[in-house]
Design a protein around this ligand. Structure first.
Ligand code: NAI
Ligand code: MG
Length: 353
């Protein structure tokens, strides 16, 4: 099988870590019978400054018509609004209907309190439909935002969470070390207060996960505020968490803090038959150009993209090589307390592959 992968480095350290993603795909063992073709594509703030748009139509067209998957580095967003600029990754998610944001958070098995969870965040609605208005009332200015939850979006995100739980179980049964013994999905909501919106999310997710395909998957619920408490006190109890957009956004950044460095945490933006792997970190202008960015978030994002393209064996090889590098702990980048360069970390992981 030949997979065509779009490469969008973006800005800052995106330009240093995305090449590592390409290298690891090229280094996969030939026994997997996988070939890759790469297409270099533009997006980001630099692209905006050069061309007047942060997301050229050509990038979207090539992804849609020619690619099986893609890797996205990071983009710099100015902290004050710049006329005509808006985040290209947000626009890409919308234009390609990448309705799920999937973020695995995993520590090494030898950690004192090992963690191995994945947060599945609905990516198209909730408060992020950005329908806001401000008007004058007796209390002075009043601002309102729409929180929209649909049955369709809730059903498909919960179904994806169930599928991910089953796939993780399959990978465990194939011998990958894990702290979990059986698949579990935790539905997160606040339906005790928001009985209609979060209530619909909760009941629809329940319905989706009641399908016979998921009969081996445990299903539980957790109110989002107590979820934060438990996430910090007993993170080892979570396997797959499914949440509406806003809660998912907050939980996934919080969970990332549990494993030490942003440089370790991958994500994928997933739609029907398409996935974009994306490290969770930003463009890190403070370390750009120094060859010290941790490439692991990107390498794990490559593996995650492969999982969604049904190439689980290739994904497992990458995860194992990364874990071996971390467990040995000799060649670590500075964010993990080491002195290795990006190049050295990548070389070590490629050797283990
Ligand atoms: P950031 O994630 O770029 O950096 C936060 C801190 O983590 C910095 O000290 C950085 O050096 C460190 N860090 C991040 N990734 C690392 C890696 N791979 N290895 C080692 N250290 C790493 O977030 P920040 O500083 O808030 O934002 C910088 C720029 O990135 C801004 O323009 C922001 O808008 C953008 N950004 C873009 C995102 C995206 O493209 N999805 C996400 C977050 C921020
Ligand atoms: Mg976020």
């Amino acid at each position: 099988r030949t997979l065509r992968i779009g490469l969008i480095p973006g800005d800052g350290i995106g330009k240093e870590v995305i090449p590592a993603g390409r290298q690891i795909l090229e280094a996969l063992p030939t026994s997997l019978k996988l070939k890759f073709e790469f297409v270099d594509l533009k997006a980001g703030f630099e692209t905006f400054e050069q061309t007047g748009t942060a997301l050229p139509d050509k990038t979207v067209e090539v992804l849609r018509n020619e690619c099986d998957g893609a890797l996205f580095g990071a983009v710099s967003s100015p902290s004050t609004a710049v006329k005509g600029y808006s985040s290209p990754i947000v626009a890409l998610r919308k234009r390609l209907d990448l309705y799920a944001n999937v973020r695995p958070v995993k520590s090494v098995m030898t950690a004192m309190n090992p963690i191995d969870m994945v947060i599945v965040r609905e990516n198209t609605e909730d408060l992020y439909v950005k329908e806001e208005k401000t008007y004058d009332g007796p209390e002075g200015k009043i601002a309102e935002a729409i929180k929209r939850i649909s049955q369709k979006a809730s059903f498909r995100i919960a179904t994806m969470a169930g599928e991910i739980a089953l796939r993780r179980q399959k990978i465990r049964e194939a011998g990958a070390p894990s702290i979990h013994k059986s698949p579990l999905v935790t539905i997160t909501h606040k339906s005790n207060v928001l009985s209609q919106t979060d209530g619909l999310f909760r009941s629809t997710a329940r319905e989706a996960l009641a399908a016979t395909a998921f009969s081996s998957v445990g299903v539980e619920e957790q109110i989002v505020d107590s979820m934060v408490y438990k996430l910090f006190r007993q993170p080892e109890t979570y396997d797959v968490i499914v949440a509406p957009n806003l809660y998912g956004d907050i939980l996934s950044d919080g969970a990332a803090a549990l494993v030490g460095s942003l440089g370790l945490v991958p994500s994928a933006n997933v739609g029907e038959g398409f996935a974009i792997g994306e490290p969770c970190h930003g463009s890190a202008p403070d370390i750009q150009g120094k060859n010290i960015a941790n490439p692991i978030a990107t390498l794990r994002s490559v593996a995650l993209m492969l999982e969604f393209l049904n190439e689980e064996a290739a994904a497992a090889k990458i995860y194992a090589a990364v874990d071996a590098n971390l467990e040995e702990g000799k060649l670590l980048s500075p964010d993990l307390g080491g002195t290795a360069t990006t190049t050295q970390v990548v070389e070590d992981i490629l050797r283990r592959l």
